[in-house]
Ligand binder design. Sequence first.
Ligand SMILES: *[C@@H]1O[C@H](CO)[C@@H](O)[C@H](O)[C@H]1NC(C)=O
Ligand SMILES: *[C@@H]1O[C@H](CO)[C@@H](O)[C@H](O)[C@H]1NC(C)=O
Ligand SMILES: *[C@@H]1O[C@H](CO)[C@@H](O)[C@H](O)[C@H]1NC(C)=O
Ligand SMILES: *[C@@H]1O[C@H](CO)[C@@H](O)[C@H](O)[C@H]1NC(C)=O
Ligand SMILES: *[C@@H]1O[C@H](CO)[C@@H](O)[C@H](O)[C@H]1NC(C)=O
Length: 377
Amino acid sequence: MKNFLSLTMLAAASTASPVLLPRAEGLVYNYTNSFGLAFSQMNASLPNITVFATGGTIAGSGSSSSSTTGYSIGSVTVSALIDAVPEVLNISNIAGVQISNVGSEDITSDILLKLAKQINEVICGDPTMSGAVVTHGTDTMEESAFFLDSTVTCGKPVVIVGAMRPSTAISADGPSNLLQAVTVAVDPKSKDRGALVVLNDRIASAFYITKNNANTLETFKPVEQGFLGVLTSDEPFYYYPAVTPTGKISFDISSVTSIPRVDILYSYQNMQNDTLYNAVSSGAKGIVIAGAGAGGVSTSFNYALEDVINRFSIPIVQSYRTNAGEVPQSDVSSTTATHIGSGFYTPQKSRILLGLLLATGNSFDDISSAFAKSRAA
Ligand SMILES: *[C@@H]1O[C@H](CO)[C@@H](O)[C@H](O)[C@H]1NC(C)=O
Ligand SMILES: *[C@@H]1O[C@H](CO)[C@@H](O)[C@H](O)[C@H]1NC(C)=O
Ligand SMILES: *[C@@H]1O[C@H](CO)[C@@H](O)[C@H](O)[C@H]1NC(C)=O
Ligand SMILES: *[C@@H]1O[C@H](CO)[C@@H](O)[C@H](O)[C@H]1NC(C)=O
Ligand SMILES: *[C@@H]1O[C@H](CO)[C@@H](O)[C@H](O)[C@H]1NC(C)=O
């Protein structure tokens, strides 16, 4: 990482509008693999990585569409990345795929399905590929990361990365995060750990990571479970060998074409039950409650919740609105309806999991047992 903060980066940092950073010397797209992925270089002794760009501000704000004419798929992504972090070419051959170009709030289940299927095809299905890097806005990154963790079918590293500061800010974190993400993706020690989130020198499991602060660099934390590893001078170090989180469920999405709608409702004082009925009548096939404490809702809302479970057989998962903890089954059980405690899953991860369970045709009871796997009690 010694020379990444070049003069041009500093120049870019001092101007208000996006700046076109100079293209790395001699960048040509002259190698295309059997999946149609174009590489900016092909040095057969280096690992091959594909960067899947979803949008969000991460790097190379400058690389304008005008510079991409004549390049094949995803070259915008790759050229922007290589402009910002030419060091990646010393450790990998890189191809790029532009999956979407939206801020992370606009990532949809359809985009996630497309992304996961492509990773399964061009990374898992190709022995010459070492791993995937996914660039993503940070706001909903934990949802996409959890989706990929649940749906990518091989143990090759899938690293999700973003930036908290715009590329024009002083000490922009995008270039450094990108280099770290590629470094983690090419490291054989990163295999069989599920999807990984890399930002701010830390390596975390997608299963537990959550964004904790709306603004600051050190926002991504697995609150209780801790990081898997760290990068020091761009060298990854894992604290423990590869393990799978307790209760993790993997899905085969090869024949899934859409994810049913699951809504999240937030618990608060004076909570009314009409929001629940509105969600159901608007087409929600599952509901997640960001409950007060361990899944709690108002008495009137709880009656309505039981009414919806019993009348429509709609699964309702009660999670927590606190930043960490779990919802044990004993805190939500009743004799009049089948409640589902979320266990350790946050509301946003419960929503992704419930959507995948519904999309793959699980019964109400199967859904209940799936959540039970992540509960202590
Ligand atoms: C790609 O182009 C570079 C620069 O012209 C050249 O050095 C390299 O050998 C080419 N690689 C392939 C696989 O054609
Ligand atoms: C290819 O990569 C190897 C391993 O990093 C390096 O030693 C070699 O110089 C590279 N070859 C070229 C042509 O860059
Ligand atoms: C990278 O891809 C090339 C071309 O498919 C292949 O020859 C090479 O073995 C791959 N590198 C690794 C480390 O698998
Ligand atoms: C790539 O590695 C070579 C040899 O270690 C080094 O001289 C060069 O500066 C590196 N390039 C980048 C962009 O890091
Ligand atoms: C929903 O709330 C309304 C207004 O507070 C109340 O009249 C109604 O009985 C509640 N429905 C259920 C099923 O509790």
